[in-house]
Design a protein. Structure first.
Length: 171
């Protein structure tokens, strides 16, 4: 009865998104793109390079791999020589007989000191030149055939060796 109270309608929250927020987002995005585009990939980001000293060592090693030697150490005179297998400590070799087969990429004096060759009374005999792989193959052929060399077959059967005296193992 009385007058109806006027109903207050709630105003809808019509707050508009401030334009500032999208503008800031766009600015940050553009800034990130510009900074990324201008990022200079300096030498720090380049692939690592060898120093001149390392490059020289690498080239030297690659040459050694291509230029290797298969050799034999040969007895200089008749006598007793150290033996690294067959339960023996020494073996009698005649002058010219094989004491050891080997492979090196360093050359005679890069592999053996002159003192070693003199004290063991042996000569370095270059038998084959080639790549490391080729030289290793030649060495294996000679090691496997050593037991059939005339110098080995001339020994009494009990004194024959399966490999040269200074080759401790068959690789």
């Amino acid at each position: 009865m009385g007058a109806d109270k006027p109903k207050l309608e709630k105003a809808e929250n019509q707050s508009q998104t401030p334009i500032l927020l999208p503008l800031m987002g766009a600015f940050v995005l553009i800034l990130a793109i510009v900074l990324f585009a201008k990022a200079s990939f300096t030498e720090e980001n380049k692939a690592p390079e060898l120093s001149p000293k390392e490059e020289e060592k690498l080239q030297k090693r690659l040459r050694e791999i291509d230029d290797s030697e298969q050799y034999a150490l040969i007895a200089k005179s008749n006598g007793w020589y150290p033996c690294l297998h067959s339960g023996r400590t020494t073996v009698f070799l005649k002058a010219g007989e094989v004491w050891k087969y080997g492979v090196t990429s360093k050359g005679q004096f890069g592999r053996y000191a002159a003192k070693f060759l003199l004290s063991n009374n042996v000569l370095y005999d270059l038998q084959f030149k080639g790549t490391v792989s080729e030289c290793l193959k030649q060495e294996q052929i000679k090691l496997f055939n050593y037991r059939y060399l005339p110098e080995n077959l001339a020994r009494p059967p009990a004194d024959r060796l399966s490999r040269p005296p200074y080759n401790s193992i068959m690789r």
